[in-house]
Design a binder for this molecule. Structure first.
Ligand SMILES: CC(=O)N[C@H]1[C@@H](OP(=O)(O)O)O[C@H](CO)[C@@H](O)[C@@H]1O
Length: 754
């Protein structure tokens, strides 16, 4: 019988005791179908379903028509049946069962009446005998029965009659409470309730136990490599793909717990963004589309590093600390990038979700920001948008077309944009979206993944760090170009001037363009809303100066990682946040959105103000507020340039970047570097910050800092100075200081060739 896994379901749908089987279904058709599957499964194993002993019963039947057949033969219909000594009635009543319990009580009473009626035996001893023999017979099976008041008193009356056993009669006028107290026998009604609660506890624990058993079993299919320790970093876990299967399974488990805890849909994205194709990674997305909260990053690290045999106890620890009700439903959405390893890894996530009985919806190949968007849509009941890829394309392209439709004389040349898809998911999604944009934006795609390798010599990170165009892009002088990164959550613009010089427009330039546009529109609309720009230490000094001194915009600096920028941006009416690498978005507070919407509809507002409010309204719709999104950012940049009649050169000319350089240094353990002041100062190892300060002093307009990467096993070095020559020298000297003072490995950093 234990082998019948193909037909066996969880109770109450299948209940089995030896060869006595109960099958439950919600409809006659289903029950017939199940019966047939059981017959087939049993007969295949040489057993037979007894036609004469098989019967069926409908509970609370409405129409009373139809029959259940087994191989064409009608099965006998009954109004009640007995299973494991309990009677189940078709009308859902339990009158018969109660009567049986009373009878069983008396039967037991009779067996021990010699003791119970003996005047010489104390009430206490009689109570003990009564509790051992009579009561269990009366309570048997009642924990699963819903008694009515009438039936409860029927049982109590029967029990009180048994007080004769204590040698007390009605004529003695002794209160029932006293009799029970003397005999240490509680009220039967209370005992039934206790039994029912105990049963409920068993059922609940049984489910959780079964889930843990499954976790234990399935986790052996996703073993953890010995000695591997990983950390949930700046954007989740990242490392070589073949070390990640167990992490994915465990993140499926964690996302399910997070969903039970928050009673919301949680996202799990399988991607390593700008890392090489051989790497992979995973990150969790919280209910409003933001990165998972820091406490849960800690749980993620604990869970990923737990030894196989400790996995369940770490899970139980999290469940206990967060007081998670495991009976709650859970819903997890998943997505993945185009890496060859992503499909299998994403299956491991789904395995984890199913172990804890979570519901999952796999969006398959999506950009990271698209999955963030879906999570936000799911948790706002569609108010933010429809949680489908088509819904995403429709919302964004409609807003883009609305924004640009009144721009006069927009030539095809101005509508044309060269896009480097980093050979990743962004290229795929851009192709899908093209049709929705109705030629209002004409994208020429390069590095679309048809031949090249993901992020290899292309993509936003390559362009930003190398400060040169991606391979394979056919750039014409003055032509606007942009690069996405591997999962399309970053974008970088650039162009070649007529002399063939390369110009980069990074996240700082994007933030400046968008915040200036928003500020102008707010002034035009007469809305008093504060615009702020959030940056990291990597922001070019010129951008900060321009924003603060020329634009008079509030600027604040946070640690690296969009989760920090996102939270900081939430503090303002309108928070524009961008990392220099091109990852960012704009957040509009509820107050700002409301004021914009009211003004756009205000019949008394001037045309000018209304026009500005309408532009702002469509800008809000065009921006993916869940997270930085290359596609959405690209559309807003294109719209702003069109509305303001700016060329890419005009935009570039807003301010001039200070020459800068980023380098990486390999050290034995990058955690030896600890930082403060939004990562601009190194606290450890001793002496490192003093060395950096001394080096910086040697150059004009110079600045430098170092920090451990959260996505790669390296220490990052950043430097700025008045000339490229100076900055390259400074960056190299700082790299040497890191190498010497923070345990560098491999070859000493070499000077850069200009
Ligand atoms: C200098 C740099 O660009 N760092 C990136 C990079 O983080 P690191 O912690 O520096 O490896 O990847 C992060 C995730 O994509 C991104 O948020 C961050 O800006």
């Amino acid at each position: 019988m234990d082998q019948l896994s193909e037909v066996r379901q969880e109770s109450p749908w299948t209940m089995m005791f030896a060869d006595d089987i109960v099958i439950c279904s919600e409809s006659r058709e289903q029950v017939e179908e199940n019966l047939e599957r059981w017959r087939f499964a049993l007969e295949r194993r040489g057993m037979k379903v007894s036609r004469s002993k098989t019967e069926y019963m409908c509970v609370n039947e409405r129409e009373g028509s139809g029959t259940v057949r087994l191989q064409g033969e009608e099965v006998k219909k009954v109004q009640e049946f007995k299973y494991l000594g309990s009677t189940v009635q078709s009308n859902g009543e339990c009158g018969k069962e109660v009567k049986k319990r009373v009878q069983a009580g008396w039967n037991g009473w009779r067996k021990v009446s010699g003791v119970l009626c003996d005047q010489k035996i104390s009430a206490r001893i009689k109570g003990k005998v009564y509790r051992t023999v009579v009561r269990p017979a009366m309570l048997y099976g009642l924990e699963t029965v819903s008694l009515r008041k009438r039936q409860e008193s029927e049982l109590e009356v029967a029990e009180l009659k048994m007080r004769f056993s204590l040698g007390v009669t009605r004529l003695d006028r002794i209160r029932n409470k006293y009799i029970r107290g003397t005999a240490h026998v509680g009220r039967l009604g209370d005992k039934v309730r206790e039994a029912r609660l105990r049963w409920f506890g068993h059922v609940q624990r049984r489910e959780t136990m079964a889930q843990f058993e499954e976790v234990s079993q399935k986790s052996s299919l996703h073993p953890k490599p010995k000695g591997l320790t990983l950390q949930y970093g700046t954007a989740g876990f990242r490392t070589t793909a073949n070390h990640l299967d167990h992490v994915m399974f465990r993140m499926g488990l964690l996302a399910t717990l997070r969903s039970k805890k928050t009673k919301s849909t949680i996202g799990v994205m399988v991607t390593a963004s700008h890392n090489p194709e051989e790497d992979n990674g995973v990150k969790l997305i919280d209910p409003m589309g933001e990165m998972v909260t820091p406490a849960w990053e800690g749980y993620a690290t604990e869970l990923a590093n737990a030894d196989q045999e400790d996995l369940c106890s770490v899970l139980k620890d999290i469940i206990g600390k967060e007081a998670i009700d495991m009976s709650k439903a859970a819903s997890v959405v998943t997505g993945r990038d185009t890496r060859p390893s992503s499909e299998n890894l994403s299956r491991a996530v789904l395995d984890g979700v199913s172990c804890l009985q979570g519901h999952s919806l796999d969006f398959g190949l999506v950009t990271t920001p698209q999955l963030h968007y879906m999570v936000l849509c799911c948790n706002t009941n569609g108010c933010y948008g429809i949680a489908t890829i088509q819904g995403y394309y429709e919302k964004l392209s409609k807003a883009f077309i609305e924004l640009t439709k009144n721009v006069l004389k927009r030539t095809d040349d101005q509508k044309r944009l060269l896009v480097d898809g980093a050979n990743g998911i962004g290229a795929l999604k851009m192709r899908e979206m093209e049709v929705f944009l109705k030629s209002e934006l004409q994208v020429e795609l390069f590095n679309d993944g048809s031949s090249g390798k993901l992020n290899y010599l292309c993509g936003a990170d390559h362009v930003k760090v190398q400060q040169k165009p991606p391979q394979g892009m056919d750039m014409r002088p003055g032509q606007r170009c942009c690069s996405f990164d591997g999962d399309a959550d970053r974008i970088i613009y650039y162009y070649n001037d007529s002399a063939g010089h390369f110009h980069l427009l990074d996240g700082d330039k994007i933030a400046t363009l968008i915040s200036t546009y928003l500020k102008e529109l707010l002034t035009q609309a007469g809305l008093n809303l504060q615009v702020a720009v959030v940056q990291t230490a990597y922001a070019n000094g010129s951008s900060t100066q321009y924003l603060e001194n020329v634009m008079k915009v509030t600027v604040c600096c946070t640690k690296t990682g969009v989760k920090h920028l996102h939270h900081a941006a939430q503090e303002f009416d309108i928070g524009v946040y961008f990392e220099a690498n091109g990852h960012g978005t704009v957040l509009f507070s509820k107050k700002a959105e409301k004021q914009i919407q009211l003004l756009a509809k205000d019949p008394n507002a001037s045309d000018d103000k209304k026009h500005a409010a309408k532009l702002l309204e469509n800008t809000v719709n065009l921006i993916n507020q869940a997270t930085g999104d290359a596609i959405s950012d690209m559309l807003i940049i294109e719209a702003v340039l069109a509305i303001r009649g700016m060329t890419v050169q005009d935009w570039d000319g807003i301010y001039t970047d200070l020459p800068n350089r980023q380098l990486k240094v390999k050290v034995a353990d990058r955690r030896v570097i600890d930082t403060t002041d939004a990562e601009r100062k190194a606290v450890t190892p001793a002496g490192l910050q003093d060395s950096i300060d001394a080096l910086v002093k040697k150059y004009k307009q110079a600045r430098a800092f170092v920090r451990p990467s959260g996505t790669e096993d390296v220490v990052r070095v950043y430097a700025e100075a008045d000339t490229q020559e100076s900055v390259d020298a400074l960056a190299h000297q700082v790299s040497l200081a890191v190498y010497r003072l923070a345990g560098g490995v491999g070859e000493e950093p070499k000077p850069l060739k200009c």
